[in-house]
Design a protein around this ligand. Structure first.
Ligand code: ADP
Length: 183
């Protein structure tokens, strides 16, 4: 299984990716988690990423692409993976395609979780992470629609996009995803 979870911040990509890991025994690869770990470590990469994360902007493409390249080379990613929060720009998607083509392991499907903006803001405000102030949340949504939304067409053109209703009960959403994967 080689898939990516796609959706605005707060659509539940991470939660659903985690549940999929339990069923399909492939690792979840979350750029958000990897970046937060780098920030906590105080590494050079972490220092580069922190300002962008605090402001709700995207971390530079080169930084996250290199991070993903290293992560995908790890032994546990050789039999598949669930990408969570990557790619988030056309540049990232194109680099990923090149990387995976070289390995002859193309991405199979992109699961697009759909949730309305106002519900997203409410969800994120109740989550209360450091970068979840209302102003930063609004900026993340703006960044999503400017830089990440274009990936919908990108993956639609490749015939890989599967849209799933991301509202309602967590288990119901999960069941919809698994059904979408079964097609
Ligand atoms: P969410 O999807 O809920 O916003 P994430 O944990 O996926 O949270 O991401 C947190 C922050 O990390 C983002 O706002 C962004 O600054 C940075 N980030 C995560 N993934 C990427 C990526 N693929 N490209 C650039 N920046 C990223």
């Amino acid at each position: 299984m080689r898939i990516a979870m796609f959706g605005a911040p707060g659509t539940g990509k991470g939660t659903q990716a985690e549940k999929l890991v339990g069923t399909f025994s492939v690792p979840q690869i979350s750029t958000g988690d990897l970046l937060r770990a780098a920030v906590a470590e105080g590494s050079e990469l972490g220092r580069k990423a922190k300002a962008a994360m605090d402001a709700g902007e995207l971390v530079a493409d080169e930084v996250v692409i290199e991070m993903i390249r290293e992560r995908l080379a790890q032994p546990d990613a050789q039999d598949g993976f669930i990408l969570d929060g990557f790619p988030r720009s056309i540049k990232q998607a194109e680099s990923l395609d090149v990387m995976l083509e070289r390995l002859e392991q193309p991405l199979e499907q992109v699961i697009h979780l759909e949730v309305e903006d106002e519900e997203i803001v409410q969800r994120l405000l109740s989550r209360g992470r450091d970068d979840d102030s209302e102003e930063v949340i609004r900026n993340r949504l703006q960044v999503f629609s400017n830089q990440t939304q274009p990936l919908i067409n990108y993956y639609e053109d490749q015939g890989k996009l599967v849209s799933v209703d991301g509202t309602g009960d967590m288990q119901a959403i999960y069941d919809r995803i698994v059904k979408a994967l079964d097609r």
